[in-house]
Design a protein around this ligand. Sequence first.
Ligand code: 3H9
Length: 712
Amino acid sequence: MAQYRIVSGSVAVISIQNPPVNALSAAVREGLLLSVRAAASDPLVRSVVISGHNGPFCGGADIKEFGNVSHLESGPHLVEIFESVEALAKPVVAAIEGFALGGGLELALACHYRFGHSEARVGLPEVSLGLLPGAGGSQRLPRLLGVRAALDMIVTGRHVAAGEALKLGLLDRLTDGNTVDAAVRFAQSAEGKPLDDRRLGNRPCPPLENIDAFFEEALIHARGRARGAAAPLACVQAVRGAATLPFLKGMELEKRLMETLMTSGQAQASRYCFFTERGAARWTTPTGARWDTCRARPISTAAVIGLGTMGRGITVALARAGLSVVAVETQEHQLDEAQRAVSRMLKGGGGVSYSADLQAAAGADLVVEAVFEDMAVKEEIFKQLSSVCKPGALLATNTSSLDIDRLASCTLRPEQVLGLHFFAPAHVMRLLEVVSGPRTSPQTVAAAMQLGRRMGKVSVAVGNCPGFVGNRMLKPYLEQAYFLLEEGASPELVDAALEEFGFPMGVFKMSDLSGLDIGWRVRKEEGLTGPGVTADQPMRTRRGRRYSPLGDLMCEEGRYGQKTGRGWYLYDRPGARVARSDPWLRSFLEEYRERHGLLARRIDQQEVLERCLYALINEGFRVLEDGVAASPQNIDAIYVFGYGWPKHRGGPMFYAAQVGLARVLEGLEKYHKAHPDSPHLQPCSLLRRLVASGSPPIHKWSEVVKGHRSQL
Ligand code: 3H9
């Protein structure tokens, strides 16, 4: 767990051995402390190098231990070990290859010198686990870098590349060669030299002017980054402690703050997100195909068809993953414009060629069709692709809702057809829904999942149904938001409730950003609005259920959102981003309610949250029941990485478990009773069965779901 050997006669090399990331488990902590003591007491040892075994230095504390207090408390505590390292009377050099993250960087900060490989990266990402650097990092880093730079790293949790770390003074030296060898040579040269000034715990924090104003602003900034999240605020408080208190007092403050965070629901939720992100890669199908046994055919060339916003983003994402891409757009003027935009995004050519001819896709291993959402157009393209593309090439459609199976049936290779639902902007957003139809082969899913990983995406395998998982669950959420407007709420009230919950943007601001016309087009296609609806049909009912035409009426007024400068909010000009309340909308809603005999009532934030979120969660249970998602964890990964669900709340299904399934059920029953014409509020049978079986923890839900037909 910590190897100890003496090299060059006087250097003790301690290497942390706990693959794959050399996390600081109880056994590692034990080994590390014993090794440090051995180095201290051996008169032959004159200096020490600490490294990671076989590559990475250290990925920090063992996150798997966090949920288990007895694990966490067994073995020596990191603070104690790092104190012994710093206090050692012989120079200690950290030899950082790969990464030093969290507790790993805190260990390096306790060392007297830090040597890094030029491709290493360092960081204190605890904040994204709902924590703070709790083993001295919040106190030592500001003493080394100054408050400003340290606070930035601690509050954002970002990984810093070796070059930047050298400039910041976080690393003392870089090497392109063998880091341990270089560190050993350096350690020898430092033997016998004074160490007092190298101990960060001895140093004062570099002074900062206007300290109160600085930290006040930092708090406001941290609050804005992740609304309702406690960890960023605790990080600011801890760094303030570093700037204003002696080291040991600062360490006490860090400890107190860490204890509160460690046992919080937010840390539990964030930790859950860490594992759901990684768990999504372990997909399975009902035919028994699995992520670890199914071999994926390698993909090295791709074609993207259609170079609108999505197509351009997808081209960039594929090119950045190292694929050679041919981008196809049949409209010449669009092609020129797209070429310029893609080159700008890629900062150069980046392995992309362009063509106005679909034949250019003939040699590609994968084709991603990204034309606009029109089934007839897509069908025609798939027919052509089926004959143009080489045998074995995968044919993917980028769609947010259309039927994959229908597209597959236009081809002679339905087993090689799948959906790749990218989220805009496609080269930035982390989520990718990998949609398989009933005939998609496991090898096709495997290839797409592997490609998703290469693109740095959180890829989630889902089944084929209208809206797949994410958009299917979004529909009832949006619908409830519209109903709340009819009943007396304003877009500002609804958005404020959701933003306070932690979404970066409320539902109405979000729909202004993405464009109201998109949903309008879908509703027209579904026959819910537009010419197909006869005048004698009641306006607020469709197919026997409550319907709100508010979104349609807004579009009829030309209010498409940000792009037209007017939507649920008012913008200074088309394309502007700052939303302002619009008095027009208030009178529009008042007139609407009057016309339909609706009496506005007072609606509070709790109702907004419960109506919108419980409806979405209820649909999540239906998704599980229908076998469209393999697990609640997969649903949560989709919502956290694609829909802005706050990480510190784990995802909708985790949130439901945290609130209590019985309470969610009760809430849905209450609202369904009040709104019987809104079937999305009717509790689904899986939720009822889970409550009836005693609300088991989320990882046991699959036992209750069992028996349902999986669509995957
Ligand atoms: C901390 O340090 C607190 C202290 O301040 C104070 C304490 C008192 N522990 O991501 P990958 C697993 S908090 C346990 O696919 P990559 C991971 O689950 C910690 N397990 O690899 C996966 O397992 P599986 C602060 C961990 O190469 C496997 O390793 N540190 C840990 O793409 C491979 O992971 C962090 O927040 C861990 N610390 O990326 C760093 N880390 O195969 C968290 C990973 O069963 N880790 N695993 O799915 C990372 O950011 C990435 O894993 C890393 C490697 C960049 C290191």
